[in-house]
Design a protein around this ligand. Sequence first.
Ligand code: SR1
Ligand code: MG
Length: 408
Amino acid sequence: SEVDELTTYHALNEQEAIEIARGIEDFFPAGAHLACREIGDGNLNLVFHITDSASGKSLIMKQALPYAKVVGESWPLTLDRARIESEKLMLEGQLAPGLVPVVYKYDPVLSLTVMEDLSDHIIMRQGLINGTKYPLFADHISTFMANTLFYTSDLGMNQQDKKLRVKDFINPELCKITEDLIFDDPYTVSANNNIPPAIEDAAEALRNDSALHLEVAILRDKFLTNAQALLHGDLHTGSIFATPASTKVIDPEFAYFGPMGFDVGALFANLILNYAGQQFWMSDDEARKDFRGYLLESIEDIWTQFDRKFRALWNENGIDRLANSTPGYQDYYMQRLLQDSIGFAGCKIVRRIVGLAHVADIDKIPNDEIREQAQRAALAIGTELIRRNRSAQSIQELIDITETALQR
Ligand code: SR1
Ligand code: MG
């Protein structure tokens, strides 16, 4: 029957999505003529956009598929990620109000999250490719990261409750994707890799650099074992909807308790990848210099504001006696966090050049020569950041490394 069709798991079609939308209490007016389009362009899920042009109301429905869409049914993937995503979104809504979409409903049977439509925003990756500046972004995202990371860490929440939350957010299959795609495949021969033929020599150099492998192994161990805080887990610019006045973080299906620097580093990496791609997207020398200056200032601002806000939360609301009262411990902690962020940023850059999933900032460059230049520069930056993961002293090092690799 029709009811059965909506109460057992299956991939929805647009008509079924409309039926479910009608059932959401007090949302669309009775009898509304709803329109629906599947708009998912990510790697994993179906995304339905449902609108009522008469009332102007709309919403988004995201449904997890039992496999990775980017590869196909040969790569099965747990539906539990929809639960993790909806729980994490709701928690982020409490910890960082206004910085994530509102969740209207989660349906565990259909692995479906119904949430606020953000169509007045655009995906930040595309915005940056278009050359849009986001003057409030550093403020917004530093608040998002400081609040979500501090209040889910042993510094900011009851440490027994945290252990129970670790259990709720055990996310082995999605973590395995990261462990393979980011911390393993780029450094070996793997069918998962997607190596541009023009830079095969650089990919081979990655495979043969055992000093680099040592640093990647150190970072990988942190990802595997350091349950420092509840991460977003995939905080790239494709997971952010933005306007110049508003920032909304989406897609936390990779959430798990891991090292904080993995979220901070993801952001740095994707701003740097855009910096590299601007070699093509902004052909005017002056405009490109200005936009690249904006990207690097944003990185510096994000770190400075994040560091200040995180320390303020710690000083005002820290719950750990020893961590709160031991001189030098906060500085030590923040220095490690900066170093982790820089190292993870490096890993995130490398995987987007030779690993399975690339980024439009670079891959969509139609000019072969400029694209290759951007890829090589990104690899040079990424590998140098990885090498600095145990020694970096300030965010300025990351900025200098980026500027040196791409001076024009
Ligand atoms: C198989 S999933 C490929 C990538 O897409 C997601 O956005 C994550 O970054 C993942 O590594
Ligand atoms: Mg995603």
